[in-house]
Design a protein around this ligand. Structure first.
Ligand code: TRP
Ligand code: ZN
Length: 864
């Protein structure tokens, strides 16, 4: 690539307010697969420099005409991806007619035709693939949209309210929509297709009736009730917890098969990946049900946090995403198990986010430099962003946090604002000083905390010293304001009241400097400390907690999350000591006994017990090492799993047999199935004759959670029965691609040398399609993320497979290619042979003609 053709970076520091505003936008779409005509009429007002030209963004557009107040203009130029118009009056109506080709658009960005329906995806910068526009989130306009199409596209949908419809003179039809709320272009949506519709209504707490409509592909109505129920729960929860009501008369959701992400919050017209909507007990797992509820909630919650108040520029993405993820996590926690939701969120942080933050793509939750915005829809912006909001919630408390939200909407409703504006509202409403806290927005990397504990029996005083160190890759970081939650347990497992010199102390410590000591007195014996309770800050904590202390925490901590966390630490310690010191060969009998007690007594939440039995994932363990010992982690994890299976086989059997679920999605049935699945996972590794019959029974169940539990148990155990079961599943489900994605993911997990050839063969499977992101992720994404042994083969065949795929996807769908690249980003953390082989694949990409900006940005950073 020559210097001038390299994709250019944008910087936060260069932000400049727009010179023009668009008060109103009128669009007319004449839909045709290869030549859709888009007529746009923009009402413009100059707000900046008198001489400034109007600069509009546009990509892959054919410009048909351009006029100002109905007079054709010639004083314009098209430079790269911009249309520059000079000498415009201070206010005018600009008319632009362009032509686009939805059928050949495989990027799934802009307007595309796939699976028989027209659909748009405009966030972040897709609107510029539809028409020339000021495609930036700080330009807010009301929209009128007219859609003209053949009648076979029965439903013609856009944002807001339908105001007109009818037939055209040439026998086609049209619908006109008006959105009364000003919005940026990224929230625009259009869908045209022939769908089945599930309709419902919701009455808001102030008594307004809202029409709900869920559009799905023909034949899928039986899979819609869960999503619509989730939507109603979300609407009610947002009224109760955040005092926020829905604002339009209609709320529509459309499910499409071809979609790059989970879903999109377009005003009044959400577009969803079908896998995040469709579910019934035969086809979806309990986990799918949970994901659907949380994503439906997430998109709904964006209506206030994202749409009513939006981002000034894309560097502020976490303003809406971090906050909305926090809101959807709270929604799930209020409706279901808080501990399990916390465990899930922390797993995402410790595996994906920490590794992103330690690698070449490390960026603050408010990035400062971006080449391709699509590359910044990351676990950092979303999940670390949510942790940052959660820390503010911890520091302020629920009441003050809600006061802050109210002030935020009072100040900024209808505006495009910054992360600083949000923090100001929080601090002004609560009186809590958040100046130092703001560093969380500008510093990347994971802070390292060191906890040093001391107990002085002569004064009955316990002291805790917390040191915070800058991340290795960000040595210049300043100390952060960290809410550090603790619990002190006595020998009986009782919680000790925190006090010092007669003063009661809070259980959230304010850590603000590099070293800080906290003292607690009136403590009669050395306590066992639960540190960073509930993962109160996204940090790596180094603590010298012993195995007996961890076992004590696992039994007695008031936080179920912290009990799980202690159990994970036990496993991690055992696995690490096994890798560094092979004499110490097995899980301790105390650890095995603790597990035994858990399944024998089955006290508390069964789903939590299921979690407590799971060894840390490969990625979690990998994070513990400077150079990832791939073979050792795999070998020792398998050995420990085998040990649990062998030593607890009878208990696991008895537990499995005792659990009867009624097939419903009630929390207790879901928990039973989760524990059954964990039992089966281990039983498949034993020689118990009952195991095979349990597996067969579960595999032929009509409940997908049970079926998939059985299949994944046999695949992970390389059980001889797997081929028979997988073949049966294939013949049973070929008609349902979403179910087949589960099968592709299972196929990707095959152990042994045939794994790679198997994947290549599956590229030819009738259900597989390189242009569908769900298929590609199910097969190759599962392989590269979860089939560690085969992906990281030392003969590099796994890497070549992914490299070949990325080259292919670069031309089809750069956004998907870029997300599939992730495993290569941490190439430097592997041994020489593996890292050189991964690097080779990155270099192949770097030398590729026509490398997309998406891949370019990541490849360049990875190789730098
Ligand atoms: N704003 C969407 C969400 O978080 C994310 C999203 C959906 C997206 N589709 C996208 C982002 C395409 C970038 C590109 O709910
Ligand atoms: Zn979102």
């Amino acid at each position: 690539m020559t210097e001038s053709s390299k994709p250019q970076a944008q910087y936060l520091k260069d932000y400049k307010a727009p010179d023009f505003l668009i008060d109103h936008t009128e669009l007319t779409f004449d839909l045709q697969p290869l030549s859709t005509k888009v007529s746009s009429l923009l009402t413009l007002t100059r707000v900046g420099d008198k001489k400034a030209p109007l600069v509009l963004d546009g990509i892959d557009l054919r410009l048909l005409s351009l006029s100002v107040d109905t007079v054709d203009i010639t004083d314009y130029e098209i430079v790269g991806e911009q249309l520059i118009i000079n000498n415009l009056p201070d206010s005018c109506q600009l008319s632009i007619v362009t032509e686009i080709s939805p059928e050949t658009n495989t990027s799934l960005e802009g307007l595309y035709l796939s699976g028989g329906a027209y659909c748009t995806q405009c966030e972040a910068q897709g609107f510029r693939k539809i028409t020339y526009y000021m495609d930036r989130p700080d330009v807010l306009a009301t929209f009128d949209v007219t859609i003209i199409a053949d009648k076979k596209y029965l439903q013609l949908l856009s944002n807001g309210n339908q105001v007109d419809s009818g037939e055209t003179s040439d026998g086609r039809h049209f619908v006109k929509w008006q959105d009364p709320f000003k919005k940026p272009s990224y929230l625009f949506a259009l869908v045209a297709g022939d769908f089945d519709v599930l309709k419902d209504t919701y009455t808001t707490k102030s008594g307004k009736d809202v029409e709900l409509a869920l559009f799905v592909d023909k034949g899928n109505l039986s899979k819609t009730p869960h999503a619509i129920a989730s939507l109603k729960k979300a609407m009610q929860w947002d009224e109760e917890r955040f005092n926020l009501e829905y604002d339009l008369d209609i709320y529509m959701i459309v499910a499409v098969d071809f979609f790059n992400m989970g879903a999109m919050e377009n005003k009044g017209l959400n577009v969803f990946n079908s896998k995040c909507v469709l579910a019934n007990q035969e086809t979806a797992t309990d986990k799918d049900y949970h994901t659907i509820e949380s994503i439906v909630g997430h998109e709904y919650f964006h209506n206030w946090t994202g749409n009513r108040v939006t981002c000034r520029d894309w560097f502020q993405l976490s303003l809406k995403e971090g906050l909305t993820v926090f809101r959807d996590q709270e929604f799930s926690s209020d409706l279901g198990s808080r501990a399990l939701n916390r465990i899930d969120a922390v797993k995402v942080m410790r595996t994906h986010q920490f590794s992103e933050d330690a690698g070449p793509m490390a960026h603050p939750i408010r990035p400062e430099k971006v080449i391709e915005m699509n590359n910044f829809y990351t676990v950092t912006v979303y999940d670390k962003g949510a942790e940052v909001i959660r820390m503010m919630h911890t520091l302020l408390g629920e009441t003050n946090f809600q006061k802050g939200m109210t002030l935020y909407f009072e100040r900024h409703d209808g505006q495009a604002v910054t992360c600083d504006d949000f923090v100001s509202a929080m601090s002004d409403a609560s009186g809590v000083n958040l100046e130092q806290f703001k560093l969380w927005y500008s510093q990347s990397g994971t802070p390292r905390l060191n906890a040093i504990q001391h107990f002085d029996s002569s004064s009955n005083t316990y002291t805790l010293t917390i040191e915070q160190a800058a991340p290795d890759n960000q040595p210049d970081n300043k100390p952060l304001h960290i809410p550090f939650a603790i619990e002190l347990l006595d020998a009986n497992g009782e919680s000790i009241a925190l006090q010092y010199k007669g003063k009661k102390l809070d259980d959230v410590l304010d850590v603000t400097s590099t070293t800080q000591t906290f003292s607690f007195d009136n403590i009669l014996e050395k306590p066992v400390a639960v540190l960073l309770e509930d993962f109160s800050a996204p940090c790596i904590l180094n603590q010298q907690t012993t195995e007996p202390e961890l076992l004590h925490i696992m039994r007695f901590a008031r936080s179920d999350f912290s009990r799980w966390d202690a159990q994970q630490q036990l496993f991690i310690k055992a696995i690490k000591s096994q890798i560094t010191d092979t004499t110490n060969s097995m899980l301790s009998s105390e650890t095995i006994n603790a597990l035994r007690v858990l399944i024998n007594t089955k006290e508390g939440d069964l789903a939590l017990i299921a979690e407590l039995f799971k060894l840390p994932s490969f990625d979690t363990l990998a994070a513990e090492f400077e150079v990832i010992p791939v073979d050792e982690i795999i070998e020792i994890t398998e050995k420990f799993e085998q040990q649990i299976a062998d030593e607890l086989a009878d208990e696991l059997l008895a537990c499995y047999e005792s659990l009867e679920d009624d097939g419903s999605i009630s929390a207790s049935s879901v928990a039973k199935r989760a524990l059954k699945q964990t039992c089966l996972h281990y039983l498949a590794k034993t020689q118990k004759p009952e195991a095979v019959s349990f597996i067969k029974e579960a595999a032929s169940s009509t409940n997908m959670t049970n079926v998939l539990g059985a299949l994944s148990a046999v695949v992970k155990a390389s059980h001889p029965i797997q081929e028979e079961l997988l073949n049966h599943f294939d013949s049973q489900w070929r008609h349902d691609v979403l179910v087949m994605d589960k099968w592709f993911a299972l196929q990707a997990m095959q152990s042994g040398n045939k794994a790679i050839d198997n994947i290549k063969a599956l590229y030819e499977h009738p259900c597989f399609d390189f242009s569908n992101p769900n298929r590609v992720r199910a097969l190759v994404g599962s392989f590269s993320h979860f089939n560690t042994a085969q992906f990281h083969r030392s003969d590099a065949q796994g890497y070549t497979l992914l490299g070949d795929l990325l080259i292919k996807l670069n031309a089809i769908n750069p956004q998907n290619a870029s997300r599939m690249l992730t495993p290569f980003m941490s190439w430097k953390r592997y041994d020489d042979v593996r890292s050189q082989a991964m690097k080779l694949q990155l270099q192949r990409l770097a030398n590729l003609d026509g490398l997309s900006a998406d891949l370019y940005e990541k490849v360049e950073k990875a190789l730098a």
